[in-house]
Design a protein around this ligand. Structure first.
Ligand code: ZN
Length: 135
């Protein structure tokens, strides 16, 4: 009797059916994520520029990383605020303490309007403003 019949033959598994392509592209999903993030940040900041206090419409609002990305800041909600283009440009890549020391009015508004921002950032802002006021 032949051995062949007893041997287990390894057959290649049939290729798994590819997952159905999701209708939305990656770009569309990123765009949607950014839009949602902007909406949430707008809400958290009372629909204002947290630096000058101007009321902002969604299409003119910009997102600002309080602790700049260039200095290792993240896009976590606690580091994001809404700002008008003018203030965002003015702040540039400055560290928040640097910016608030130079422009205490921005720091005072920030303490007031950036409600959902990380506690440490608010504490730093408060300190920078009081130091600038005392100077
Ligand atoms: Zn502003």
């Amino acid at each position: 009797m032949s051995q062949r019949g007893l041997l287990r033959v390894h057959q290649p598994r049939p290729a798994r059916a590819k997952r159905a392509r999701v209708a939305t592209s990656t770009h569309a999903r990123i765009r949607e994520h950014k839009r949602a993030l902007k909406h949430a940040t707008m809400r958290d900041c009372g629909r204002r520029c947290v630096y000058c206090g101007t009321c902002l419409a969604i299409d003119v609002a910009t997102l600002d990383h309080v602790y700049p990305l260039a200095h290792g800041g993240t896009s976590a909600p606690g580091n994001l605020v809404t700002a008008c283009a003018r203030c965002n440009r003015l702040k540039g890549d400055m560290l928040p303490v640097e910016f608030f020391a130079r422009h205490p009015w921005a720091g005072a508004n920030f303490v007031r309007y950036a409600r959902a921002v990380h506690r440490a950032l608010k504490r730093g802002a408060r300190r920078a403003v009081s130091l600038a006021m005392a100077a």
